[in-house]
Design a protein around this ligand. Structure first.
Ligand code: FAD
Length: 422
């Protein structure tokens, strides 16, 4: 068995890499253990909310990210016929000191992994190490990995399970939890090259929670075109289509395009855009019930391993980044007392993220789209006859507070890592 004084981060995804960078910046020795043998630029689009961007800025990554992403200035809701429901400003346009950023997940992952290699060193990222078990042992934790040279055991003062939605670290603690829970919706995600949609800086949500199209640009291309991320989603009772969630599962156009055939708006031809993409990935809308505990002795959970949630409201990556920064801040404010630091980390992050899991089950910020569909399924002449501005604001302002990016919460500029004191 290898004995180390380094903190072990299990999982080199978005949460794991940000955790490693953040702890390293605070002077900790960190080693990342990642299951895959090679880090590749996987996924499609992802959104980073201003509070998460603030934390990436504190890690010195903002300029690199801004150079390879798009900062949306607005979010607009439309009906399934493309009629406008609502538009709100986003990021700096909404008065935030930090932008919201829409980025290819692979680009974000590449920027994070390059920073890790540069700052921690190549030998601090161990690929081909799949966690199979972790147990506490007094003031240490012992992690077991499967590698191509057989099993390897590492004993460390702290093991952080950032191993995603199928977390082995979590399964160890919750062996009867089973598969994530599916709510009946399936998502087909893809990237298409296109002329700018609307002003090229607007995130669009069209339809209603039973059938929805979400789109946003993630990169400005030469010649004024953009790489545009889309998600086509609908609820189905076909269990044939639902299988183990896998971010790399290819989607088949024939499984979903019919449902969007009539979604040809004067501002976007949805089926034409989807058809122009080289392919799609299919993913079921899944989450898990919030759990009562993340920390067991010297092991804890972070990111999707801790709080898998529906991909609604741009929270998946953003909340993992906040976890990483709060954990760093807690270790900083409790030097030499890892147990108290972990306790504090959970006190701050577990209730906060559980609220988002539950808010997303209740439609989250999409609730106004559902109300408009119920009240005016055949369209309207004036949106003001269907839903009031106050009704929409009650939902969107409430969700911003739940997700932690209300404007006032970011106004003093302090990193969340500096705001963890009891
Ligand atoms: C390949 C892939 C593509 C994705 N694409 C998108 C996307 O397009 N849009 C989107 O919104 N979200 C996507 N996600 C999910 C998104 O990255 C997360 O929801 C969010 O960023 C939270 O990050 P995380 O670090 O908790 O989890 P993840 O980013 O999922 O990272 C988990 C990491 O742990 C590793 N791992 C898993 N099991 C083990 C194990 N037993 N031992 C060691 N390592 C392990 C995984 O290989 C992965 O690198 C994707 C995730 C993956 C893995």
């Amino acid at each position: 068995m290898e004995h180390t004084d380094a903190i072990l981060v299990v999982g080199g995804g978005i949460g794991g890499l940000v955790t490693a960078l953040s702890l390293h910046q605070d002077g900790h020795d960190v080693v990342v253990h990642e299951a895959v043998p090679e880090l590749r630029a996987l996924g499609v689009g992802i959104n980073l909310l201003p509070h998460a961007v603030r934390e990436l800025d504190a890690l010195g990554l903002l300029a690199d990210l801004e150079a390879e992403s798009v900062a949306p200035t607005a979010l607009a809701y439309f009906t399934k016929r493309g009629q406008p429901i609502w538009e709100e400003q986003r990021g700096r346009a909404a008065g935030y000191r930090w932008p919201q950023l829409s980025v290819h997940r692979g680009t974000l992952h590449r920027i994070l992994s390059a920073a890790c290699v540069e700052q921690l060193g190549h030998d601090r990222i161990r690929l081909g190490h799949r966690l199979t078990g972790v147990r506490s042992d007094g003031d240490r934790a012992i992690a077991t990995f499967e590698t191509d040279r057989g099993a390897a055991q590492v004993s460390s003062p702290l093991v952080i399970g950032a191993d995603g939605i199928h977390s082995a670290a979590r399964a160890q603690r919750y062996p009867h939890e089973g598969m994530p829970e599916w709510n009946g919706a399936l998502l087909w995600r893809g990237l298409a090259e296109t002329e700018p949609v609307l002003d090229g800086r607007t995130m669009v949500w069209a339809g209603h929670p039973d059938q929805k199209f979400v789109g946003y640009p993630v990169l400005d291309l030469d010649g004024g075109r953009q790489l545009f991320n889309f998600i086509a989603e609908f609820r189905t009772d076909s269990v044939v289509l639902a299988e183990r969630e896998d971010w790399n599962q290819p989607g088949r156009l024939d499984d979903f395009i019919d449902r969007f055939e009539s979604w040809r708006f004067d501002w976007l031809d949805v089926p034409a855009l989807i058809r122009s993409a080289p392919g799609t990935f299919r993913f079921p809308m899944v989450d898990r019930d919030p759990v009562d505990r993340w920390t067991f002795g010297r092991t804890t959970l972070l990111g999707d391993a801790a709080h898998p949630m529906y991909p609604i409201g741009s929270n998946g990556a953003s909340q993992a980044i906040l976890d990483a920064r709060v954990l760093t801040g807690c270790l900083r404010s409790h030097p030499g007392d890892i147990d108290r630091a972990l306790e504090r980390y959970e006190e701050i992050r577990r209730p906060a993220t559980a609220q988002i899991v539950l808010a997303n089950r209740g439609l989250g910020p999409e609730a106004p789209m559902q109300l408009v569909e119920e009240r005016a399924p055949d369209g309207f002449d004036d949106i003001g006859d269907v839903i009031t501005r106050d009704e929409i604001l009650a939902v969107t302002d409430g969700y911003r507070r739940t997700a932690g990016f209300a404007l006032e919460a970011l106004s003093d500029g302090t990193s969340i890592a500096d705001r963890v004191d009891d």
